[in-house]
Ligand binder design. Structure first.
Ligand code: UDP
Ligand code: MG
Length: 324
């Protein structure tokens, strides 16, 4: 039988952006969940520049729960950077990342912990079923994950989001990566160690609406592609090769027949080559853009304040009373 102090500490990191409508439910659900688990927990909410009263509600919840910690971003830096910041501030032997809208059910956590204790370094939640999401979102997500898998050497598992448990070793590597435009799930896959999954049904949002408009989804997908695959660059080479071949064939065909109007072919080949050059430059440009971003060496995010990190694990008030 474990005593309290030898129980592992588990950090739960939740990025929060304008979740005021549902944050109370999330806090209450997690506090209840944590209270019936044998392990020790800290809850780290990263307020990603919310403009509603998400932060005020979190601070109110801190009044009765010192193990609830808050990182407040100076503005909205985005979901992936909010996760990165949470990982950086976490003290846990393992860190769990989950959405603040309860789409990732806490009931999956015990099986994640069990697999971690059995030796897995990463246990990611793999969606068996997504409810309450449009067919477009499901179809585009399914297509994207498969495309990414086909285009990279890193074995990024399909149908997973950021809901996962990571061992301290993995978190330390992620902290050292320090990417300014991180694609966390790709980085986790890249780290390696024993990675396994638990299947779960993705729930409806408890409240509010998705903070991931199409524009953001495309951005995330492009980040994933350009930071984990060089296949698009190779694609440009193939394009260039086939354009060269086409030009050669046209020349050869014209030479042999000697009747086709040269002007037509010239125009056609000019357009083809023009398109090829543009495509190549475009793809190179997107990589160059990443180099440019990285070379600026700006901090990836700015934290305005942190709350509750004075003690690695604060004891709940009731326990202090019992001891005193
Ligand atoms: N989120 C964030 N910053 C953003 C957008 C979203 O921290 O700029 C948080 C959001 O509060 C939620 C999680 O990231 O906890 C996932 O976002 P959302 O639920 O809107 O995405 P979906 O589940 O619809 O893909
Ligand atoms: Mg969600």
């Amino acid at each position: 039988m474990h005593t309290l102090s030898t129980q592992p500490l588990i950090s739960i990191v939740l990025p929060v952006f304008n979740e005021a409508a549902g944050i109370q439910t999330t806090i209450a659900t997690l506090e209840h969940f944590v209270s019936v688990q044998p392990e020790r927990f800290e809850l780290i909410f990263v307020d990603d520049g919310s403009t509603d009263d998400s932060l005020a509600q979190l601070q109110a919840a801190r009044q009765h729960n010192p193990n609830l910690k808050i990182v407040q971003f100076a503005r909205n830096f985005g979901h992936q950077l909010a996760i990165s910041a949470g990982l950086r501030e976490a003290h846990g032997d393992a860190v769990i990342v989950m959405d603040a809208d309860l789409q990732d059910p806490p009931s999956v956590i015990p099986s994640m912990i069990a697999k971690w204790q059995a030796g897995a370094a990463v246990v990611y939640g793999q969606r068996r079923h997504r409810s309450g999401e449009t067919w477009f979102k499901k179809a585009s997500a399914a297509a994207f994950y498969r495309l990414l898998k086909a285009m990279t050497n890193t074995d990024i598992p399909v149908d997973t989001g950021d809901f996962r448990l990571m061992d301290r070793r993995v978190v330390n590597v992620l902290k050292s990566m320090n990417e300014s435009d991180p694609y966390v799930r790709g980085m986790v896959a890249w780290v390696g160690f024993d990675q396994t999954s638990v299947l779960y049904d993705r729930q409806d949002r408890t409240a509010g609406e998705s903070k991931y408009p199409l524009r953001q989804m495309i951005r995330l997908a492009m980040n994933g592609l350009t930071s984990f695959s060089t296949v698009p660059l190779a694609l440009a080479n193939w394009l260039a090769g086939s354009f060269g071949l086409t030009a050669a064939l046209i020349l050869l065909g014209n030479g042999l027949a000697g009747t086709v109007t040269t002007l037509t072919w010239l125009l056609v080949s000019l357009f083809i080559i023009g398109a090829g050059i543009t495509a190549t430059i475009g793809i190179m440009g997107s990589y160059l853009g990443r180099v440019f971003t990285a070379s600026r060496r700006r901090p990836a995010y700015v934290i305005q304040a942190t709350y509750g990190f004075e003690h690695p694990v604060a004891r709940p008030a009731t326990r202090q009373m019992m001891q005193g």
